[in-house]
Design a protein around this ligand. Structure first.
Ligand code: ADP
Length: 190
């Protein structure tokens, strides 16, 4: 299994790139944000538990998120590899992911970060909020809260993966195709 973690701030383009990369490398794309939104929409028990956190732009608690993530991965026993989008977002999640992948005889092959300037990203999210219906994209204060969550809880993961020699940064500004090309260069050289 070639497991890739797509890493980046809210709005950095993880979901957009994932759509191309999953086709190109025949990977299973798991977006924790999408799984949560699906559960919210269908008003499942998980959705009910996650809603308050998501609507505020806070992270959903690790235990709930990790359980959901493992359930998703287990739905694809024969996959070539997983493209993780939005997970892990905390050190505790990264450790849980490592432990889980080790338990199935696998590992993270690489973490690829899409880098972009905060101000550009906030504008992108506000644009997306006009059409996506996502509550967390419509309010600048909630967006700023997501960046704060990112800086406090998610940014430390860069070090975590750097120490393992698995961290690769890619310039996330450019056309979608240009960025796919940059990410592909990293994957092709693994
Ligand atoms: N790994 C995670 N841990 C905790 N909460 C998460 C995780 N992934 C997604 N969420 C929740 O879902 C929301 C939306 O996720 P996502 O679409 O990936 O966000 P963004 O567009 O901000 O990158 C997050 O703000 C958070 O509340």
């Amino acid at each position: 299994m070639t497991n890739i973690v797509l890493f980046g701030k809210p709005g950095a383009g993880k979901g957009t790139q994932a759509e191309f990369l999953k086709e190109k490398y025949k990977l299973t794309h798991i977006s924790t944000g999408d799984v949560f939104r699906f559960n919210l929409k269908n008003d499942t028990e998980l959705g009910k538990q996650a809603r308050v956190f998501m609507d505020a732009g806070d992270l959903v608690p690790d235990e709930l998120t990790t359980k959901m993530l493992i359930d998703e991965v287990n739905k694809h026993p024969d996959t070539n590899g997983i493209l993780f989008d939005g997970y892990p977002r905390t050190i505790s999640q990264a450790e849980a992911l490592d432990a889980f992948l080790t338990s199935i005889g696998s590992q993270v092959a690489a973490t690829i970060a899409l880098e972009a300037d905060d101000e550009i990203l906030v504008q992108r999210l506000l644009e997306r909020g006009k059409t996506s219906g996502r509550i967390d994209d419509q309010d600048e204060e909630k967006i700023r809260n997501r960046y704060q969550e990112y800086n406090e809880k998610t940014a430390p993961l860069m070090n975590y993966y750097q120490e393992q020699g698995k961290f690769h940064a890619v310039n996330g500004i450019g056309s979608i195709a240009e960025i796919t090309e940059r990410v592909s260069n990293v994957i092709d050289n693994l």
